[in-house]
Write a protein that binds this ligand. Structure first.
Ligand code: PBG
Length: 336
């Protein structure tokens, strides 16, 4: 190593062209997965108060949104159904109905031949009256094995509707094995599993739970018996190892920016395609500070997503995907 002044690290920072030339990590539209909330109705759009810029869309508008995503270069959309309360029950039965809202939305996007991958969440919380990710036993705890069976059923109806990628976010033990075996036995070999291996019991999911109406009966710390403790990282590595053995194709960490160390450790150890879910609370914080004029929300958003790339992510699920993809398309210098 040469010493100063022979080496001046500022030399490579002097000009825009040079900074671009030596940049180690880049954010592109191909890195982004866009969640779209879907509701019943036609030509209907509702805003989500805590997620400025995010709307709940009827299926016809969701198809238009998926087309917009595809033309902005986004490879995958994540369809999140907002199920009416009267369709929810304590077992989340609607999740296994092949004609439910999410399946109809997936079919509509497929029928419109939109050139985009379709990802679906796998968990029962969108469909249960109590808002838990699984079926409760007599003591009110989530029954792991009964839930895994229901999840496999949910996956099959979503795959039959045309979904390409399943994202189990439930944190049951053995779910990847349960889901993969069912997919194999149905001959659906190409359906991908992008598993939330390290999903933390985070306080950052609030705006999402409100957007889908799953928070009412949960209580404040409702999911700690299945989601991970935020103090742990070794446990995350154990989860990932099991999920790979059970047949996962891709790994997800959730939330994102508070868990960059976990992402980096997973990436270095397993060398698998690794993703982060930049969750609703992370998005909301940036937007809220931006609305107050305290930060430049666009730049902070891109910086947050770039930090996830730098920590080892192949891609990121983010509510800002369409906006960011458009920004990058117009001007890839937005990150400075
Ligand atoms: C649940 C699920 C959650 C999110 C995605 N899938 C919330 C939860 O575990 O309660 C949160 C996503 C977000 O906050 O953006 N299966």
């Amino acid at each position: 190593m040469r010493d100063f002044p022979m080496t001046r690290l500022r030399r490579l920072r002097s000009d825009d062209w040079c900074r671009r030339l030596v940049r180690e990590c880049e954010l592109t539209p191909s890195d982004l997965i866009w969640p779209i909330f879907v509701v019943e109705g036609i030509n209907h759009r509702e805003s989500v108060e805590e997620l400025p810029g995010v709307d709940r869309l009827s299926i016809d508008l969701a198809v238009t949104a998926a087309k917009e995503a595809a033309s902005a270069g986004i490879p995958v959309v994540n369809i999140i159904p907002v199920i009416k309360q009267d369709k929810k029950d304590d077992r989340g039965s609607e999740a296994g109905n092949g004609d439910n809202l999410v399946c109809r939305a997936v079919r509509a996007i497929r029928e419109a031949k939109v050139d985009v991958g379709i990802m679906c969440d796998v968990a029962l919380d969108l469909f249960t009256s109590h808002g838990h990710d699984g079926i409760l036993d007599s003591t009110g705890n989530v029954d792991n094995d009964a839930t895994v069976e229901a999840l496999a059923e949910q996956v099959i109806v979503q795959a039959r509707a045309g979904a390409d990628m399943m994202a189990p976010s439930d944190m049951m033990d053995g779910r990847v094995k349960g889901i993969r075996s069912r997919l194999e036995s149905e001959g659906m070999h190409d359906v991908k599993i992008i598993v939330h291996s390290a999903k933390y019991a985070s306080a950052l999911y609030g705006p999402y739970r409100d957007a889908v109406g799953s928070s009412a009966n949960l209580g404040k710390n409702g999911k700690q018996t299945y989601q991970q403790d935020p103090g742990n990282y070794q446990e995350a590595l154990h989860e990932v190892e099991m999920d790979i053995r059970e047949g996962a194709d891709m790994i997800m960490v959730k939330p994102g920016t508070f868990y960059l160390d976990v992402i980096r450790k997973i990436k270095d150890k397993f060398q698998m395609p690794t993703f982060a879910f930049h969750v609703s609370g992370e998005y909301a914080m940036v937007k809220a500070a931006g609305e107050r004029g305290w930060i430049d929300a666009d730049r902070v958003m891109v910086e947050a997503l770039l930090s996830l790339k730098r920590s080892g992510c192949s891609g990121i699920v983010t509510y800002a995907a369409l906006d960011v993809a458009k920004m990058l398309g117009q001007n890839n210098r937005v990150i400075r």
